[in-house]
Design a protein around this ligand. Sequence first.
Ligand code: F6R
Length: 619
Amino acid sequence: MCGIVGYVGRQKAAPILIEGLKRLEYRGYDSAGLAVLQGPRIEVVKKTGRVDVLAKAAAPRRLAGATGIGHTRWATHGGVTEANAHPHLSSDGSFALVHNGVIENHAAIRRFLAAKGYTFASETDTEALVNLIAYHHAKEPEPAPDTGKSRFLESVRRALMHVEGAYGIAVLCAACPGEIVAARKASPLVLGVGDREHLLASDVAALASRTQNVVYLKDGELLHLTPGRFAIITQDEEDVPPVVDRITWDTAGAELGDHRHFMEKEIFEQPAALENAMRGRFSEDGSTANFGGLNLTPAELRQVGRLVLLGCGTAWHACLVAEHLVERFARLPVEVDYASEFRYRNTPLDRDTLFFVMSQSGETIDTLGALREARRKGFKVLAINNTVGSSIAREADGGIYQHVGPEIGVASTKAFTSQLLLGAIIALYIARMRDMSYNDGLEYVKALKAAPGLVRRVLAQAPRIREIARRHAHYKDMLFLGRLSLFPIALEGALKLKEISYIHAEGYPAAEMKHGPIALVSPECPAVFFAPKGEIFNKLVSSIQEIKARRGRTIVITTEGCELPPGVADELIHLPDCHEAVLPIVATIPVQLLSYYIAVELGCDVDKPRNLAKSVTVE
Ligand code: F6R
């Protein structure tokens, strides 16, 4: 979480930093700040609240400096106050630093520095680091000019040798005009190489309007920037030859257009997003899948005896659906785990296990940690990921990009349905190596290709779902119930509602109701019920009737043409009839819309819900 930016060039830094911070606001929005070198002084402006508040506060300061750093915060250490906002200055004012991550041994560093007379103005872990840099700078002799070494860079390098934890940092030094030093360990950092200017950011989204040429920093690397030059070194002082990547970032994808919120835009983008995610994924004969980046031969994949799927939050729900489809169609055992739990559980694993991690951002630290743990044990880990060049994409043994463009709304929507789609395609791929026939493969592929059109049909019901949302926005609790592949969609519906509208919601397997949660049922706790056509339709109807018998309100999501007994559904939403592999995708749309419209009705900040951040880069 937290977004950091930096600029060194010939333009005024402040507006460029603010523009970059706006693009990174999804990473945290508790406070925002910037620091600009103005002659020999470092000027800092910081405010609690959004980047717009910062922009207003910075405008009258007439900051003309062409070197600066900026930050948008998701609070970890210390409350949401101006004092805790970044950038942080060293106690002598000679260094300013922005930080994404957590310095785990900050208390020990603070104690060490306090004994030497350094003072602290905030409760943050970051302030310990900026003072540690100042401490090392004071001790570091000026290098001889012919060595080409920078005292500033060396001070940061030495300070970081004593730091435990995760960091992406950018540092200004009052005595070093036109210079920035940056470094990363477990928090992302990208360098943008422009025309006699350099930019830094946690994410390419913040650079893409100024340059297409980027260098992704690796863990343990430090970067020294001036307008005309950049150099990368490792913690061990070895020079790193830079690899400049060219990004093809569609900046229009990160614009709101005519929509009121990014979440609305991204919900309605899903037909196109699914088309992009499936493009090129099917074999020419249309009977199986085609994956270029798995880095596994069909023979190697054929040897796999078990899949382990890992993710967090919404991505974990997508893993649960994939589990259902892989086991159902490919008859291959699958285990799903929260990445954060897997990492520390030390699960016994068979040698023929293959891992998949799912992550929209590719930066979720729990998922990255799980990936590293599995690879450390010698397993292959493939990634399903939406962010080209992300840490997970780079560290995985292979993988599949989601190709749905930037997802800006904090609540995941189009990334989720594309993960569902890719899970379904993986199930097909493995199934066709095992028991699935050519003809069943053809039918499966045809069904997946129909998914965007079916999603469009559900989206056409948005006005009706909006009315249902209006009638339900005042409730304080809600249940989401489903079975089989729609149980994870019930979990996802409950998560969407609680994260953007702050209504308490629970997702449950419908048949488990009677083992406890039915005690919650009352006229004050409506239940959203998935009851699609299928073998267990009658059992689902019985479960709904159990709710009705206890005077519960029901919003039933069923398949067109399915007959429900009278009085069972207080509200009814129809899904088009579709293949089992497509059902979870199609069934997701009504619960996304319902949550979205309820949150809008309640006046919630849909794209930036309280306490959340898009990219969770702390444990
Ligand atoms: C919920 C949501 C989160 C993310 C989770 C993992 O709407 O977006 O639950 O799914 O933080 O994020 P990624 O997929 O980036 O690893």
